[in-house]
Ligand binder design. Sequence first.
Ligand SMILES: C[S@@+](CC[C@H](N)C(=O)[O-])C[C@H]1O[C@@H](n2cnc3c(N)ncnc32)[C@H](O)[C@@H]1O
Length: 247
Amino acid sequence: MNTSHENLTDTWNANSDDYNRYSKEGLEDKKELEAWKSIMKEVFGDSPLKILDIGTGPGTIAIVLSEMGHEVTALDFSDSMLSHARANASARGAEVTFVKGDAADLPFSDNSFDAVISRNVLWTLPDPVKALTEWKRVISPDGKLTYIDGDWSNELNKSVKTRFKHLISSFLIRVTQREHVSRIQATCGKDLWSVSAERPAFDLNILNGLDLKDIRVSTGIDQRVYSGLRAWKYGYYSGTFLVECRK
Ligand SMILES: C[S@@+](CC[C@H](N)C(=O)[O-])C[C@H]1O[C@@H](n2cnc3c(N)ncnc32)[C@H](O)[C@@H]1O
């Protein structure tokens, strides 16, 4: 798989209907939505902030933050993802400004946001240092840089328990929605640095190198968020982590 910008954009466009089904199901799951709101409250507190959601996909985190009273801009390079995100936000009456752009070359000036958030995107970006440098650039001094990501490949390769749970997950996903969400990972992921990087140690090294402050990593995010059937389908990784730090 070639990881050129065009090829990655095509892959995400092609998989957006599938991904949107997974995301809409999550938005309609009250427990899951409340879990995300509680995590976001721990991260951003109660005061309204100007937040950028990078690689918003169908817009879940942007919608959650907007419903919590934040002023949210959400960026993605996939037209199909953005079109799903606009429809999802409008269906919920959530106010979000959607922008088409590249996560590693942001169309915003320096210090434009109080905070940046990104969920499950960094692993897909060919140059994580370039991306994180950009994410730092657009937040104001002392602003918050946060993201959620996972040690997807390593965990799957190393843990027999995770491989077994992954088999059950794949079966359930096929039975309940025919399409296989983690196909995206199988296609985009093979040639990326994230296949072999030990995370979050890899991330900490970059964040320290970029001179980011107050770095904190929390684990067990999927276990907090998914419940019921979705826990079997999507909650089998224990390696999902949340990074918080300041400029
Ligand atoms: C795994 S999805 C995550 C979507 C969303 N953050 C969520 O958690 O539901 C990755 C998203 O990142 C977007 N993406 C990948 N590379 C990107 C890039 N270079 N610039 C902008 N968006 C990108 C994809 O189009 C896709 O919507």
